[in-house]
Design a protein around this ligand. Structure first.
Ligand SMILES: NC(=O)c1ccc[n+]([C@@H]2O[C@H](COP(=O)([O-])OP(=O)(O)OC[C@H]3O[C@@H](n4cnc5c(N)ncnc54)[C@H](O)[C@@H]3O)[C@@H](O)[C@H]2O)c1
Length: 350
């Protein structure tokens, strides 16, 4: 008898295809099915993966047909809610791509549904599995940084990548800044954000319904100051795929996480770019990197190992702070946040 976790992936797009490939190649998982409302896409992915992986056109069809231990949701952010509620109600564990949902209200419904059904819920903040960020956090928890004074977190990329896929659906901050927000909250354990100020511009990308850049300053309850900077408006020829940094100054030490240089730069007569070696590089036909480490950790958690993945509650906190940055940028006002563990964004639609 097999004791592999039976897994399905919903959404056979950019992320879902990689999730499916990872689960298909993991000895602890049996990838049962892939689902996409574009059935031709689901069928093509299932055929490419082989090994008897089935294709379904909806999560309802999936749940009616298959016995499952884990479902990974890789639909667009605003379409995480319904599959998540239905899957939790069936008693199946969930992995959901960041940022859990597009609104705090939806995210909270997902967390509540998973609690009520007593199923596990993990959210896809894969930087937690990037050794550079992981080791940086260890410097803090080991006491080598002392009290954090200031953090600078940057994530900039070319206009030819993110905006092409996500413009018009959700703000830049929800796609990009939210990764750094999760990192900062993870590193500043015990502190809560108290005030937020941000500005954004849409000089270049406003015509396609998104922002060029957002910059924010957040003060935390312990006095730590954090500056966030995200842009997806760099020119197509920008050297770095993702020019990301996280720098911290503390009372006893400082560190810099430098992710701009992937270690592999390629140029020819058409292209000039870094090639991903960290997040999801394909090696020997298998998707690897942080994404594989993260999904592998989810499977280990199902098998009883400690949880290393971002929880639903942590994802709500990241969404709350990111939404506060967006609200400040949209209104030009400082957003003041209530104290720890109090859900401060009660407005509908945030
Ligand atoms: N962790 C990361 O670094 C990272 C990077 C990119 C995207 N994401 C997140 O991953 C998720 C998916 O993004 P993507 O880039 O793969 O999007 P995508 O557009 O490439 O793929 C989404 C797929 O979902 C399908 N779909 C839409 N509604 C559906 C439904 N109701 N049922 C079944 N299938 C449905 C679409 O047809 C499409 O194939 C988003 O939440 C996004 O924010 C995370």
């Amino acid at each position: 008898m097999s004791n592999k976790s039976k897994v399905a992936v919903i959404g056979a797009g950019f992320m879902g295809s990689m999730h499916a490939s990872i689960f298909a190649g993991d000895p602890r998982a049996e990838l049962v099915a892939v689902v996409d409302s574009d059935f031709a896409r689901a069928t093509a992915l299932a055929a490419q993966l082989g090994g008897g992986v089935k294709a379904h056109a909806s999560h309802q069809e999936l749940l009616a047909a298959e016995e499952l231990d884990l479902v990974s949701i890789c639909t667009p952010d605003h379409l995480h809610l319904q599959p998540a509620l239905d899957i939790a109600a069936k008693g199946v564990n969930l992995f959901i791509e960041k940022p859990i949902a597009s609104t705090i209200e939806d995210g909270q419904k997902i967390v509540d549904a998973c609690k009520a059904a007593n199923v596990k819920l993990a959210v896809g903040y894969l930087l937690r599995f990037d050794p550079r960020y992981y080791k940086a956090r260890e410097l803090i928890t080991n006491g080598q940084i002392g009290t954090p004074i200031h953090i600078y977190a940057r994530r900039n990329s070319a206009r030819t990548e993110g905006p092409k896929r996500y413009a018009g659906t959700l703000p830049l901050a929800l796609h990009v800044t939210v990764h750094d927000v999760d990192m900062v909250l993870w590193m500043l354990e015990g502190q809560t954000p108290v005030s937020v100020y941000a500005q954004q511009t849409d000089i270049l990308l406003g015509s396609i319904g998104t922002q060029d850049t957002i910059a924010g300053i957040v003060r935390f309850s312990g006095g730590t100051l954090v500056t966030f900077e995200s842009a997806w408006s760099l020119p197509a020829g920008a050297r770095h795929m993702i020019d990301a940094r996280l720098e911290m100054i503390g009372t006893e030490g400082s560190f810099e996480v430098q992710c701009g240089d992937s270690g592999l730069y390629f140029a020819d007569n058409q292209a000039s770019r870094e090639i991903d070696t960290q997040h999801w590089p394909t090696i020997g036909g298998q998707v690897g990197g942080d994404l594989r480490a993260q999904l592998s950790s989810v499977l280990a958690w199902l098998d009883g190992a400690p949880c290393q993945v971002a929880s639903g509650e942590e994802a709500i906190r990241s969404l709350e702070l990111t939404r506060a940055l967006v609200r400040s940028a949209e209104t030009g006002e400082v957003v003041r946040l209530p104290s720890a563990h109090q859900n401060f964004a009660t407005r509908k639609g945030e």
